[in-house]
Design a protein around this ligand. Sequence first.
Ligand code: NAD
Ligand code: ZN
Ligand code: ZN
Length: 389
Amino acid sequence: MRALCWHGKHDIRCDTVPDPGIEDGRDAILKVTSCAICGSDLHLFDGVMPGMEHGDVMGHEFMGEVVEVGRDNKALKVGDRVVVPFTISCGECEQCRRGNFSVCERSNRNKKLADKAFGHSTAGLYGYTHLTGGYPGGQAEYVRVPYADCGPLKIPEGLSDEQVLFLGDIFPTGWQAAVACDIEPEDTVCVWGAGPVGQFAIRSALLLGARQVIAIDRVPERLAMAAAGGAITIDFDEEPVLERLAELTGGKGPQKCIDAVGMEAHATRSLDSIVDRAKQAVMLETDRPHVLREMIMACRPAGILSVPGVYGGFVDKIPMGALMNKGLTLRTGQTHVPRWTEDLLRRIRDGQIDPSFVITHSAGLEDGPGLYKTFRDKEDGCIKVVLKP
Ligand code: NAD
Ligand code: ZN
Ligand code: ZN
């Protein structure tokens, strides 16, 4: 089959690789009909996420048709059309039973590596670092779905791939980020980053009843999409962020802040730096204050910082004094996707939201390598790429 494979920094290739097969009775094999490139894939593309290997198949946002099921899988049958959560979860361990699917205790097959990096194992993820299991991803013609009797969401007739594909990651991710804000009717929610995750966080915060949502970015098309979704926008290249936030909140700052940027600005370079505490991460200084630092300074006392943005390794110079004295709450994590999918599918069917608004580029798998660069560099108005294998 054809698949997008990682070969190093800024080197994604469309290769011919072996077809996946059933390895466990609970597995299913999908023929992928649509997949997408995520901001998290950019951490791999930029070579800032440790634990990748040559030839790893990329992609954790995908959906398709079931073409084979393992003999113990009673939930799926050949021909079912499903969206697959990017977090692999067993559905049976203590964390899964509590709904904490992204920290499933069983689905990461590289537990020792994860233990070393994180102090505990976390769930397996598709097309991501070997710290999270190194499972082949879905930017491919076919993909093996482990624990496929738990998690994959069956899609009813009448909905296009474009309407439901993002239930596997960025819609629940924006949603969980907003839910984590415990939104009250008088709240201002400020979202740093108007990429795909930020766009869904903005719309989710409004659906959850925020009085006002502010979006910060510098890419004109992304700011325009945020404004179309109901946000007040701040261009951080043009405007002083903290002053504008004060103006928009009666001098008090937003009650709730969402970091939908992650480690774009600051990054660890190697597995060494994450596992060996003696070697501090390589910090890339930029002309912008770190998002986490800015959020802590901007947030109203007793507020909440919600961090869906992905980090690896260390981030230095965080104003812990301000965080502590202001009594802020910090919430973060990979998304517990299956916790939200039924409700969000219902909201799509009810017409509350059509997630396809975020798609700007659609192409075949062979165009994937070029579109990684287009998405990374925010060229050609690119906000979200969907690929049709
Ligand atoms: P993206 O890279 O397309 O978007 C990031 C946006 O942040 C860009 O538009 C960029 O211009 C903007 N930005 C950069 N520096 C900024 C700054 N200092 N202030 C304000 N804006 C800034 O990525 P995305 O797909 O939207 O993903 C966003 C983040 O969410 C990534 O870190 C990704 O890994 C993460 N993510 C997390 C989960 C999860 O489960 N927690 C799931 C999906 C994605
Ligand atoms: Zn993702
Ligand atoms: Zn589990």
